[in-house]
Design a protein around this ligand. Structure first.
Ligand code: NAP
Ligand code: HSE
Length: 433
C-alpha cells in the first residue's frame, strides 16, 4: 500500500494556480485525513520565472520547462495555464507518461475533450475537469454522480459571470451596454478583449461540456447555437421588465424524447423562475430530471479560491482512486446517439420589438403574417416612437417553432411599413416542467 506523498506538477501559477497552492498547503491536514496521503506541489510551470508572485513558494520548484513536470516522480498534472495550445500537447504528453490530469480548461475540454478522455482511458489515467464549468459549483460531479440514476431533460445555465454582471447592472441601473462593459473591464471582471465572454463563446463551451455529460452524447461546440449580449439595449431590458421578465445570457440544453437542442443567447426569463434572480457575477445551473424534477445549483463561477476548490476536489478524487487502484475506470464515454432538433422542432416563446409606420393597416399586415405561420400572440404593447409618425410594437408570442419565427421575421423585414426589427429574443421560464 502506497504511503509516500502524491506529487503534483502544477502547470500555471496565475489566478487559479495560486489558489490551488494556497488550498493544498492550507488544507493539508484535512486533505490527508480524507485521502490517507499527503499531497505535495512538487513542480510549477510558468512562463516568466522572474515574475513577482503573491505567495511564498520555494523558487527551486518553479520552472519554465514543461519536461520537468513529466519526470517519473510526478503523479498528477494540474493544468491551469489555459488556452488550447500548448495545454493540449502537454496533457497528451502527460497521459502518455501515465500521469493523471486535473484541468480547469473549458476551451480545451469543449474542443478536444473526447480525444483527451479516450487517450486517458487507453492509458488507465484519470482526467477530471470540474472547474471548467461554473468555477466553484460542483455541477459536473452532480451530473455524473448525483443524477446518474435519473434522465435529465433540461439544463438552463447562467454560466458566464462577466455577462451576468453586465446584464444585472443594465437591468438595475438602466445603464447602456458599452458603459457597463467599460466598468466591468475597470473592475477586472471583463477582459481587455471581452469577445469570448460577451459574444457567448465562453458560455457555449461550458454548455457543450454540460450537455455531453448530462445527455450522454458527444456534443461538439459547433452543435451549440450561439449569440452574445452585445446587441442587447437598455430599452430591451426595460420592456422585458414591464412584461415581467429579466434578460439573461442563458445557456439552454433541452431533450425531448431523444432529440436535443443546445444554445446560448440573451433570453427573457420570467421573474418567477429561480434563474431570473441570479445576479452579478454569480452562476447558476437549473437542472430538470424526469424523476427528481426541478433542482438548481448556485454559486461563484470564477475567482481564485472558488475555482481552486473545484480543482483540489478533483485532486482528492484522483488520490482516492490511486489508493483504491481504480484510476481511469470511473469515466463513462458518451453512449447515446446524438440527434439534434431541426428548426421546426425547436419550439419556444419569442419576444419581438419592431419600429413601424404608425398608419392604418400595419398591425393587420403584421398579425396576418403571424397567423399564416401559426404564431399566436400572448402579449402586445404599442406606443408612439420618436414623435415622427412611427410606432414601437412589442410582441410576446405563445410557443412557436424557430423555423416559423424566423420566417415571420424575414417577412416583417420585407414590409415597407416595418422600419426596423430592433430585437428578437427567446422567452423562457413562464411554465416550468
Ligand atoms: P492566468 O491568471 O492567466 O494564469 C495563467 C498561468 O499560466 C500563469 O501563471 C502563466 O505564467 C502560465 N502560463 C500561461 N501560458 C503558459 C505557457 N505556454 N507555458 C507555461 N506557463 C504558462 O489564468 P487563470 O485565470 O488562472 O486561468 C487558468 C485556467 O483556469 C484557464 O483555463 C481558465 O479558463 C480556467 N478558469 C479560470 C477561472 C478564473 O476564475 N480565473 C475560473 C474557471 C476556470 P506566468 O505567471 O509566468 O505568466
Ligand atoms: N470569463 C469567465 C466568466 C470566467 O466570466 O464567467 C470563468 O470561466
Amino acid at each position: 500500500m502506497r504511503n509516500q506523498p502524491v506529487k503534483i506538477g502544477l502547470m500555471g501559477l496565475g489566478t487559479v494556480g495560486t489558489g490551488v497552492v494556497r488550498i493544498v498547503q492550507g488544507h493539508q491536514e484535512d486533505l490527508q485525513k480524507q485521502t490517507g496521503l499527503a499531497i505535495e506541489v512538487a513542480k510549477v510551470l510558468v512562463q516568466d520565472k522572474e515574475k513577482e508572485r503573491s505567495l511564498s513558494l520555494d523558487k527551486s520548484l518553479i520552472t519554465t520547462d514543461a519536461a520537468d513536470l513529466f519526470s517519473p516522480d510526478i503523479d498528477v498534472i494540474v493544468e491551469v495555464i489555459g488556452g488550447v495550445h500548448p495545454a493540449k500537447e502537454y496533457i497528451l504528453q502527460a497521459l502518455d507518461n501515465g500521469k493523471h490530469i486535473v484541468t480547469a480548461n473549458k476551451d480545451l475540454m469543449a474542443l478536444h475533450g473526447a480525444e483527451i478522455l479516450s487517450k486517458a482511458q487507453e492509458k488507465g489515467c484519470d482526467v477530471f475537469y470540474e472547474a471548467s464549468v461554473a468555477g466553484g459549483i460542483p455541477i459536473l460531479r452532480a451530473l455524473v454522480e448525483g443524477f446518474s440514476s435519473d434522465r435529465i431533460t433540461q439544463m438552463m445555465g447562467i454560466v458566464n459571470g462577466t455577462t451576468n454582471y453586465i446584464m444585472t447592472k443594465m437591468s438595475q441601473e438602466g445603464a447602456a451596454y458599452e458603459e457597463v462593459l467599460k466598468e466591468a473591464q475597470e473592475l477586472g471582471y471583463a477582459e481587455t478583449d471581452p469577445t469570448a465572454d460577451v459574444e457567448g463563446h465562453d458560455a457555449a463551451r461550458k454548455m457543450a461540456i454540460l450537455s455531453t455529460l448530462g445527455f450522454h452524447v458527444d456534443m461538439s461546440l459547433e452543435d451549440v447555437d450561439c449569440k452574445g449580449i452585445s446587441q442587447v439595449t437598455a430599452e430591451d431590458i426595460s420592456y422585458a421588465k414591464k412584461l415581467g421578465y429579466e434578460i439573461k445570457l442563458l445557456g439552454i440544453a433541452k431533450r425531448d424524447d431523444e432529440l436535443i437542442e443546445v444554445s446560448v443567447q440573451p433570453t427573457l426569463v420570467h421573474r418567477t423562475h429561480p434563474i431570473a434572480s441570479v445576479n452579478g457575477v454569480f452562476n447558476a445551473i437549473y437542472v430538470h430530471g424526469e424523476a427528481v424534477g426541478e433542482t438548481m445549483f448556485y454559486g461563484p463561477g470564477a475567482g481564485e479560491l472558488p475555482t481552486a476548490t473545484a480543482v483540489v476536489s478533483d485532486l482528492v478524487t484522483v488520490v482516492k482512486n490511486m489508493k483504491l487502484g481504480v484510476n481511469g475506470r470511473g469515466s463513462v464515454a458518451p453512449y447515446k446517439e446524438k440527434r439534434l432538433k431541426s428548426d421546426e422542432q425547436i419550439v419556444s416563446r419569442y419576444f419581438l420589438r419592431l419600429i413601424v409606420d404608425d398608419k392604418s393597416g400595419v398591425l393587420a399586415q403584421i398579425t396576418s403574417i403571424l397567423a399564416e405561420h401559426d404564431v399566436s400572440l400572448e402579449q402586445v404593447l404599442q406606443q408612439p416612437y420618436n414623435e415622427g409618425g412611427q410606432a414601437e410594437i412589442i410582441l410576446v408570442t405563445h410557443h412557436a417553432s424557430r423555423k416559423n419565427i424566423y420566417s415571420v421575421r424575414d417577412l416583417f423585414e420585407a414590409l415597407d411599413s416595418v422600419i426596423e426589427i430592433k430585437s428578437l429574443y427567446r422567452v423562457e421560464g413562464l411554465e416550468r416542467k
